[in-house]
Design a protein around this ligand. Structure first.
Ligand SMILES: [Zn+2]
Length: 445
């Protein structure tokens, strides 16, 4: 068995690993490269393998940086099965269609709507603990607790077992289960993500408490509360918390507007896949309190409904994309509400350099939007603790309970410092064969 890293080495996007088991070639993830000025060209570069020569593709989860380039494989001759958890298949389809829509605004799309159509037809289910046989290779998925349907994938061939972590969730993420801890077979080598390999998150409960305090204060000032949020995972988590706040009377029953067509589609998939829920969420459903539905929640579908928000009487809470205010309906709301002192803008995710979100977090008092200069009088709040990723401690704990013990831990999906930080922490915890992978590096098992 051999693994080669063709993406997400020294970086957190563009995941793409090729596993060769004898003559069989399996690609795990094929994500979009993001957050790099050269990304548009990098995403168009030739693959360092022939897509037509692949026997199968496996998807660990539906985020763009793990699935974004898959339709390109089909355009370039891949015709085999794409194994994914059913929730991942549904999320990936939304992500691909959104990517076609976005890239058609920016010039030449990376792939066509037809390619997406063909891609979705190749998807076959890979459910948790329901292994799939591909000749003499076995694929087994375990819950990764990162987003709905996310999976660690165990690849077994001739007595060797390689575990691909995919993205590993933070324990206690609402709605979905925690990352798997029940392993039924020993593992020889592990590829482990290292996004936060050198950092620790703030305590989750403290973050939720702080979030609730900020929202309560913002609502009390009787203005609009704007929350830029990504469509997959974070938006559903926010709905989960608002559900609790409304039910427990922490905030009055004011309109909570989910103003993102993509987040609405994703939320529908989250609502449909109850088999992925954790025990707390099931208990909540048993009490007849579904986790992402509550009085006051409105999903704004059309652009007209979204524009009508300008004329609404505050207070109201508006959750809209994009998460870094680089586009989407949030930008229109900022244009109308940023110059009001009663407005609060609450950032619940990391803001990339050069984005509008980052400029607001950095405290600019004037910004230009649609050719107009706008004074920022709104209160800008940032909350750092929400994350869909395990931190250094969680990663080491996750790695330490894998039976074998594995002879190698290969850290990918992290900036160089983060991957190196995780390697040091895992080595210190007594794990053997820890190293950070280099771009295009291969390992023989
Ligand atoms: Zn992810």
């Amino acid at each position: 068995m051999k693994i080669s890293f063709h993406g997400a080495a020294h970086r957190v996007t563009g995941s793409c690993s090729l596993i060769q088991c004898g003559d069989r070639r399996i690609l795990v993830d094929c994500g979009m490269i993001q957050g790099d000025e050269k990304a548009p060209e990098l995403n168009r570069e030739d693959f360092p393998f022939d897509p037509a020569s692949l026997d199968a593709v496996v998807l660990t989860h539906g985020h763009l940086d793990h699935v974004g380039r898959v339709p390109r494989l089909i355009d370039e001759g891949f015709t085999g099965p794409i194994f994914a958890h059913p929730a991942t298949g549904s999320l990936a389809e939304i992500v691909w269609r959104d990517s076609v829509r976005l890239s058609s605004y920016q010039g030449k799309p990376l792939y066509s709507e037809e390619a997406v159509e063909k891609t979705t037809q190749l998807i076959q289910p890979l459910r948790y603990a329901d292994p799939v046989q591909l000749g003499d290779v076995e694929l087994r998925a375990y819950d990764a607790g990162h987003i709905l349907g996310s999976a660690h994938v165990l690849v077994s061939y001739q007595g060797k077992r390689l575990l691909m972590s995919g993205d590993i969730g933070q324990p206690d993420t609402p709605i979905i289960r925690d990352p798997n801890r029940q392993w039924d077979q020993p593992v020889d080598a592990v590829v482990i993500e290292s996004t936060y390999g050198n950092r620790l998150h703030k305590d989750r409960q403290a973050t939720v408490d702080e979030f609730k305090q900020i929202v309560t204060r913002a609502v009390a000032s009787k203005g609009m509360v704007l929350i830029p949020a990504f469509a997959i995972g974070r938006s559903q988590e926010l709905l989960f918390h608002f559900n609790h706040m409304v039910d427990s009377g922490q905030i009055p029953k004011i309109p909570v507007l989910l103003d993102s067509p993509m987040a609405q589609k994703v939320t529908a998939i989250y609502r449909a896949h109850r088999e992925c829920y954790d025990e707390e969420t099931w208990a909540q459903i048993d009490r007849d309190d579904p986790p992402m539905r509550f009085p006051g929640l409105r999903e704004l579908v059309s652009a007209d409904e979204s524009r009508a928000v300008e004329h609404m009487a505050p207070p109201a809470i508006i959750i809209a994309g994009s998460g870094m205010c680089t586009g989407g309906r949030i930008v229109h709301h900022l244009k109308y509400f940023l110059d009001r002192e009663s407005t609060s803008v609450l950032f619940v995710g990391w803001q990339g350099y050069g984005t509008l979100g980052r400029r607001l977090v950095d405290g600019l008092d004037k910004i230009r939007l649609y050719g107009r200069s706008i004074e920022v009088r709104a209160k800008i709040e940032t909350l750092g603790g929400f994350s869909a990723h395990a931190d250094r401690e969680d990663l080491v704990a996750w790695a330490s309970q894998i039976p074998g013990p594995p002879a190698a831990f290969l850290a990918n999906h992290g900036e160089e410092d983060a991957a190196q930080g995780l390697v040091e922490a895992m080595t210190k915890a007594g794990l053997s064969g820890c190293q950070a992978v280099e771009p295009e590096q291969s390992f023989e098992l």
